[in-house]
Design a protein around this ligand. Structure first.
Ligand code: NAI
Ligand code: MN
Ligand code: ZN
Length: 337
């Protein structure tokens, strides 16, 4: 089989490898489609602190089960599945309170262990979620990115009367917009970014209003419009955003952070406590695949709206470069295996 391997930072190869045998409790997936994510690019460039090399990247993938390991029902062979990349121990404290995504022994497929940019990939059977017939193959790898929005919004508990501000109209911001509108029915969702084409996508994903802050102060603009967001999702993830978000938020607002920057954010206690602002963080997802699959079937989210390109897996290097360099025209790039 062919596998996309980052042999060391900056060095990508399509390697010929033996087809893996599923271990006890695992299934083997014949991968059909896999989405490119910012973290794949980070591993490629050596910017992901968790990655070990060589590594088969890819954690957003869909395919068909073609073999099972010991202890897994052979009835699963032939199932169309999307794979949750979060592999957890099941018994540590976070696992015991339903948060396997921060398991003390967390292993993420495509980061800590080999992933889905490969003709075949193995994963624990319980991580392989059946995709109903209503969801076509071409969009089924999009479950994982939407689980990020499912996870953060579960903390934020949006309600129709909320006014939400989403920083960033990249893939993550757009999933948040769709979930805030389509699932929670938030009445007003405002998206801020510096890239006009991305803001157009945000409107297409259901945003009520967009603001380009390339040349203006977001805080001044919202003050002028007398808008005080009650929910803020930071899907742009610059460390400076936190203090701005706190300043412009309504009293009793909730702020959701997704970023992994190692740089400090400076924020005063006074600015948070005086408004009793709640700050939530969210990493990957905790068992949110079934929820997202249901939203797709019910038509509450339209994941195809984020897909701008399909490319052959053989062109993975060009696909990664396009994804990274052309933010104006690229959102999700899906590889065909
Ligand atoms: P992206 O880079 O495609 O999108 C970020 C967008 O934010 C860009 O369009 C950029 O123009 C905009 N932006 C940057 N600074 C801004 C500012 N000050 N004001 C307004 N807009 C600004 O990235 P993507 O894929 O959408 O991911 C977003 C972030 O989410 C990344 O930092 C990534 O590390 C993080 N992430 C976190 C996950 C988690 O589970 N916590 C999972 C996936 C991604
Ligand atoms: Mn991803
Ligand atoms: Zn655990």
């Amino acid at each position: 089989m062919n596998s996309v391997v980052i042999e060391q930072p900056g060095k990508l190869a399509i390697q010929r490898r033996e087809i893996p045998q599923p271990a006890d409790g695992e299934v083997r997936v014949r991968v059909k489609y896999a989405g490119i994510c910012g973290s794949d690019v980070h591993i490629y460039h050596g910017h992901n602190p968790f990655a070990k090399y060589p590594r088969v990247i890819g954690h957003e993938f869909f395919g068909e089960i073609d073999a099972v390991g010991a202890g897994v029902s052979p009835d699963r062979i032939g199932q169309r599945v999307a794979v949750d990349p979060v592999v957890s121990c099941g018994h540590c404290y976070p696992c015991s309170v339903g948060r396997p995504n921060v398991c003390t022994a967390l292993s993420v497929i495509g980061v800590h262990r080999d992933g889905g940019f490969s003709d075949y990939a193995c994963a624990p059977a319980k991580n392989a979620y059946v995709i109903p017939a209503e969801i076509p193959d071409r969009v089924a790898s999009m479950v994982e990115p939407f689980t990020i929005a499912a996870n953060i919004t579960a903390f934020l508990q949006p309600a129709p009367r909320d006014v939400a501000l989403v920083y960033g109209a990249g893939p993550m911001g757009l999933t948040a917009v769709q979930v805030l509108k389509g699932v929670y029915g938030v009445s007003r969702v405002i998206v801020v970014d510096r890239i006009e084409e991305r803001l157009a996508m945000a409107l297409d994903c259901g945003a009520d209003q967009v603001i380009n802050n390339a040349d203006l102060s977001l805080q001044d603009e919202l003050a002028k419009q007398d808008v005080r967001p009650t929910i803020v999702v930071d899907a742009a993830c610059h460390p400076a955003i936190l203090q701005e978000a706190v300043n412009l938020a309504s009293p009793a607002a909730r702020i959701g952070l997704l970023g992994f920057s190692g740089e400090a954010s400076s924020v005063t206690q006074q600015s948070i406590t005086s408004k009793e602002i709640s700050i939530f963080t969210s990493r990957l997802n905790s068992h949110r695949f079934p929820q997202v699959i249901e939203w797709m079937v019910q038509g509450k989210i339209d994941v195809a709206k984020l897909i701008t390109h399909y490319m052959d897996a053989a062109d993975v290097e060009a696909a990664l470069t396009l994804f990274e360099k052309d933010q104006r025209h690229c959102c999700k790039v899906i590889l065909k295996f």
